[in-house]
Ligand binder design. Structure first.
Ligand code: MN
Length: 231
């Protein structure tokens, strides 16, 4: 018998995000995203938020990136910003009750759900999967994670994206259609949620294209900020 327990290629570690007020790193397992979770954004995308409730999609964990420079991706001429509150889970489970959902949260960050909008629009039109629009390399930059012990559970407060010193997106967390407990409860009926999972909670209105050279500052009040340069 040949040895079968060793790895065929070298093991790779989970992507990590720094924890805001410590020396630890938060390991990222999976990235779940909520689509059209703010009514004004649903309307700007041509959808009726009354008729069509928020829904879920995923990004690869390898798309998660912290501060620094991110590359404008291939195969798009219309790369859009979507600033979002990000929830980092310390625990998971199946069929989690809404009232117990916040017990699973380790902390919160602010992230960008960067989107090849031209690709997404073409895929939508032809009834195909969104993935090539949503899953570009480095398409899920996230700030340091602020632990619940520091920030509590932000249910309201400003969320904002500034590009080159101009505010381009501005909203309030209180305007989310599905709040964080309901997102966790609902997702846990589709998947067994696990420690390390990140939840992008949807973007307020004002999405738009980015250009190479743009300087981005994403903020949620009370949380660590995210600063990036697109190159
Ligand atoms: Mn989004």
């Amino acid at each position: 018998m040949t040895e079968t327990s060793s790895l065929a290629i070298p093991a790779f570690a989970a992507p990590t995000l720094p924890v805001a007020d410590g020396n630890t790193q938060f390991p990222v397992r999976r990235v779940f995203c909520v689509g059209r979770n703010y009514a004004a954004h649903a309307r700007e995308m041509g959808a009726d938020p009354q008729a069509e409730p928020p829904f879920f999609f995923m990004k690869p964990a390898t798309a998660v990136q912290h501060h620094g420079r991110i590359a404008y991706p291939t195969r798009t001429e219309d790369y859009h910003h979507e600033v979002e509150l990000v929830v980092a889970l310390s625990n998971g489970g199946r069929d989690i009750p809404v009232v117990a959902a916040l017990d699973r949260v380790f902390g919160y960050g602010v992230g960008l759900d960067l989107t090849r909008r031209d690709v997404q629009a073409a895929l939508k039109k032809s009834g195909k999967s969104w993935e090539m629009g949503k899953c570009a390399d480095q398409s899920a930059p996230v700030s340091a994670i602020t632990p619940v012990a520091t920030c509590g559970h932000p249910a309201s407060g400003a969320i904002r994206l500034t590009v080159n010193d101009r505010i381009v997106q501005q909203g309030d967390l209180a305007d989310m259609i599905l709040d964080v407990p309901h997102i966790i409860a609902e997702l846990s009926t589709w998947f067994e949620l696990m420690p390390g999972d990140l939840l992008f909670t949807g973007t307020p209105e004002g999405v738009g294209p980015l250009q190479r050279g743009d300087h981005l500052l994403a903020e949620v009040s009370g949380l660590a900020r995210l600063e990036l340069e697109l190159v």
